[in-house]
Design a protein around this ligand. Sequence first.
Ligand SMILES: CC(C)(COP(=O)(O)OP(=O)(O)OC[C@H]1O[C@@H](n2cnc3c(N)ncnc32)[C@H](O)[C@@H]1OP(=O)(O)O)[C@@H](O)C(=O)NCCC(=O)NCCS
Length: 206
Amino acid sequence: MGIHLCFVAPESLKDGDWLTPHETHVFQKVKAAAHRRDWLAGRLAAKKLIQRFFRERAGLELALSQIEITNDEHGAPVVTSPLALPISVAHSVGHGFAALATRGSIGVDLQQIRPVRPNLAKRALSERERAQLTDRFAEREREGLLVFWALKEAAIKAQRTRPAPPLREISVTLTELGCAEILLRDHSLTARWGRWKEFIWAVAWG
Ligand SMILES: CC(C)(COP(=O)(O)OP(=O)(O)OC[C@H]1O[C@@H](n2cnc3c(N)ncnc32)[C@H](O)[C@@H]1OP(=O)(O)O)[C@@H](O)C(=O)NCCC(=O)NCCS
């Protein structure tokens, strides 16, 4: 299965007519400035990704305004034009991240590296995961915790439906550097993670 990723930094956010009429209508309802910026960053990452995918796969040059992304009743992103493709979107402080799978389901997350609540590890991770955290991220526990968190959020998004399961019910095993396996109830997912600028990113699919 092919996985494709795209990151967008705030400086490449563009004004203009790259949204479809329906997207413009949705965007007009987003009021808070920070949310507007994030929404645009996520949309632009997803559209650039789909544009690149069609260019590389089919030699087809699509305008960004020919690609439409809506949200289903659970909030999950849906490509309504040019054709349905599994995608996932995340945004944080004006940065956008999107991933596309050629089949199956996919989820992404983007976490800015920042101080986290002291009890987060206990609340979100199992004993086995906390042992891996200590083992793999000595002296970098905050970053490591955000890796687990991003992987779990990516798994939630790959599942798409709500309500989301509690983070402790999602089991993450770190394997080689940048790779992980995730068990969400009976569903197993393959995952990758990494660092981009001041963020941890994660993608899970299966
Ligand atoms: C769905 C959820 C994962 C979204 O995460 P978030 O941190 O709010 O925001 P992100 O920037 O990572 O992602 C936002 C994007 O997720 C996507 N999304 C929203 N709901 C989704 C769902 N049910 N399934 C898949 N993707 C979804 C949307 O594309 C959205 O962007 P858009 O509205 O601009 O299209 C989150 O709201 C959630 O339900 N988490 C539950 C787990 C939890 O309790 N986490 C907190 C730990 S302390």
